[in-house]
Design a binder for this molecule. Structure first.
Ligand SMILES: Nc1nc2c(c(=O)[nH]1)N=C([C@H](O)[C@@H](O)CO)CN2
Length: 121
């Protein structure tokens, strides 16, 4: 199994359970690991034969930027759903960081894994 990753993808969105949080956009930082097999693309040298990380990032920027969820749980789940179903990714690990959400803590957020990790080889 190979992994294509995206780190520190920052997207501004409406998110939160408090009244003031419905009035502003806050920055959410995503770190993603997506299972894939890069061998076909490595052989052909064609972007069509691999997971296009730029296309994933564009889709997430659009989706998250227009979303208005209350909980980070909901946002994380929906982002994983998009990656698995629209990009045919068998397994994804997502870390979502809602920076500054807890006074005194540098980072706070959620880590989830969805799908089935392919075997090695
Ligand atoms: N498990 C969660 N706890 C909290 C969430 C959340 O989305 N999931 N959200 C908040 C507030 O919106 C907070 O981020 C504002 O500072 C509190 N707890």
């Amino acid at each position: 199994m190979d992994i294509i990753y995206l780190r520190d993808l920052r997207i501004d969105t409406v998110i939160g359970i408090y009244g003031w949080e419905r009035q502003v956009k806050q920055t959410i930082v995503f770190d993603l690991e997506m299972a894939t097999d890069i061998r076909k693309a490595a052989h052909s040298d064609c972007i069509e034969d691999t997971l296009n990380y730029k296309a994933v990032a564009k889709r997430l920027i659009d989706f998250v930027g227009h979303s208005q969820f209350a909980l980070v749980e909901t946002l994380a789940e929906r982002v994983c759903e998009i990656i698995v179903t629209e990009f045919n990714v068998p397994w994804v690990r997502l870390q979502l960081n809602k920076k500054g959400a807890v006074r005194g803590a540098r980072d706070v957020g959620i880590i989830i894994e969805r799908g089935v990790k392919p075997e090695h080889g």
